[in-house]
Ligand binder design. Structure first.
Ligand code: HEM
Length: 151
C-alpha cells in the first residue's frame, strides 16, 4: 500500500515537471522572440499547460499526504517543511510569475504607442532568473528533504 502511494506521488511529480516545463522554457524563449504572433503563441502554450499542471499538483499532494499517514511521517519535521516550502513557492509564483506574464500578455495586445518599448523592457527583465532561483532552489531543497529525511 505504502509503495503504491509513493508511486502515485512520484507520478504527480513527473506530471508537475513535464507540464511546468512548458512555462519554464517559454520564460526564457520569449526573451529573444521579436515576432508578436510567435510571442503570443508561446504565451498561449504556457497558459494551456496550467490545467494539467494543477491536476499534477493535486496528484502529487494526494499521494504524498496519504503516504505521510501510512508511513507515519507526520510526526517528523522534514515532511512539514517540504509541504510548507511547496505552498510558499506557489505563493511566490503568484506574486512574481503571474503578474509578469499578465503584463506581457496585456502589453502584447495593447495598441498604445508606448507598448513596444514596454514590451522590450519586459523581455529583458530579470524576472526569469528570479523564478529560476525560487523554483529550482525550492525543488532541490524539497528533493533533499524527501530523500534524506534529515529531521
Ligand atoms: C517548486 C517549483 C515551482 C512551483 C511550486 C511553481 C508553481 C507555480 C504556480 C502555482 C503558478 C501559477 C499558475 C497559474 O495559475 O497561472 C506558476 C506559474 C508560473 N511559473 Fe512556476 N512553479 C515552480 C517553478 C518554476 C520555475 C523554475 C520557473 C521558471 C524558471 C517557473 C515559471 C513560471 C511561470 C512563467 C509561470 C506563469 C505561467 C503563465 O501564466 O502562463 N516556475 N508556478
Amino acid at each position: 500500500m505504502y509503495r503504491w502511494l509513493v508511486f502515485v506521488h512520484v507520478v504527480g511529480v513527473f506530471g508537475f515537471l513535464l507540464t511546468h516545463g512548458a512555462s519554464v522554457l517559454v520564460t526564457f524563449t520569449i526573451r529573444r522572440e521579436r515576432n508578436p504572433e510567435r510571442l503570443g503563441a508561446l504565451l498561449d502554450l504556457s497558459a494551456r499547460s496550467i490545467t494539467a499542471f494543477y491536476v499534477s499538483i493535486l496528484v502529487l499532494l494526494a499521494g504524498g499526504i496519504a503516504a505521510g499517514f501510512v508511513g507515519r511521517w507526520w510526526g517528523q519535521a522534514w515532511i512539514w517543511t517540504a509541504l510548507i516550502l511547496l505552498v510558499a513557492t506557489m505563493g511566490a509564483m503568484y506574486a512574481t510569475a503571474m503578474p509578469y506574464f499578465r503584463r506581457l500578455r496585456a502589453t502584447l495586445s495593447s495598441t498604445k504607442p508606448a507598448a513596444a518599448t514596454e514590451l522590450d523592457g519586459l523581455q529583458s527583465s530579470r524576472v526569469p532568473e528570479l523564478l529560476t532561483v525560487i523554483g529550482f532552489g525550492s525543488l532541490l531543497v524539497i528533493l533533499w528533504l524527501m530523500m534524506f529525511k534529515p529531521f
